[in-house]
Design a protein around this ligand. Sequence first.
Ligand code: DGY
Length: 320
Amino acid sequence: MKVVVTRKIPGNGVKMLQDAGYEVVVGEQDGPMDRAQLLEFIKGADGVLGQLTDKVDEEYLNAAGPQLKIVANYAVGFDNFDLPALSSHNVIGTNTPDVLTEAVAEHAFALIMAITRRIVEAHKLARTQSSSFGPEVMLGMELKGKVLGVLGLGRIGSRVAEIGKAMGMNIIYYDIKQNPDFEAKVGAEFKATPDELLSISDVVSIHVPLLDSTKHLINADRLKMMKPTAYLVNTSRGPVVAEAELVEALKNKVIAGAALDVGETEPKWVPGLVELDNVVLTPHIASATNEARSAMGELAAENIIEVLNERPPKTPVKKP
Ligand code: DGY
């Protein structure tokens, strides 16, 4: 059987597939394949270990052929999957939950600290001027005692809340489902609407999946609900934030700042964003630790091996 890995990955995932006896073909290109290349590359595959940049839809499934049994996404998010198309082709989709929770939550916190303590601005200043103390130089915001609003209390949102609690923050959260056990464990408070959360948070960290209902969840109107001293952090999916509206809000100091690991128009940022001082940007690297990225490949490989052996996968995607 043939397994296609659409981009090089760290760790033992490819070796696991080779050891299982499959013909394994790995895309050796730098960066994602363009669509025509991808459609050609997956032809005849029984299983694909794919990237979140690979849109898995009718066209993709037809190009792969009727022997295809599984597409294992190298990501926890699977908004690149057309779920009805996968089920009409009898193809199983899997993702990589849990193994990247810590990496993404730690990165969300790195961004929270970077934007509230102006680390990137300060780094630029230190490199261009003498590095000296000044009573009013680079004043930022302390986190202890501040309100951390977690939008989406899944695995990653929960871990971010725990880290925030350990930093002495007051935790509030919004999710479609209230979680009393988590509230008791972490001392978090549920807010029944995103609007309630936005209006009282000092830092808002976004952890919702990208769905029709969450696209542009944060728009100009909702940014106006936030405190002018508050910060927005996004490590989920770019289109959850209407980024052109965020640029305007940042320019007009509607909020104090934003830190983004994901962009609405990846791989490019929306016009006007990179020029601003009150933003910190990273290029979709929240899960980029050796530990997480290796484990993601290994979990994806395990899912492929299970399905090609006619067993259920460990982590099938579930309709959100
Ligand atoms: C994911 O897994 O969905 C991240 O965005 C990439 O690791």
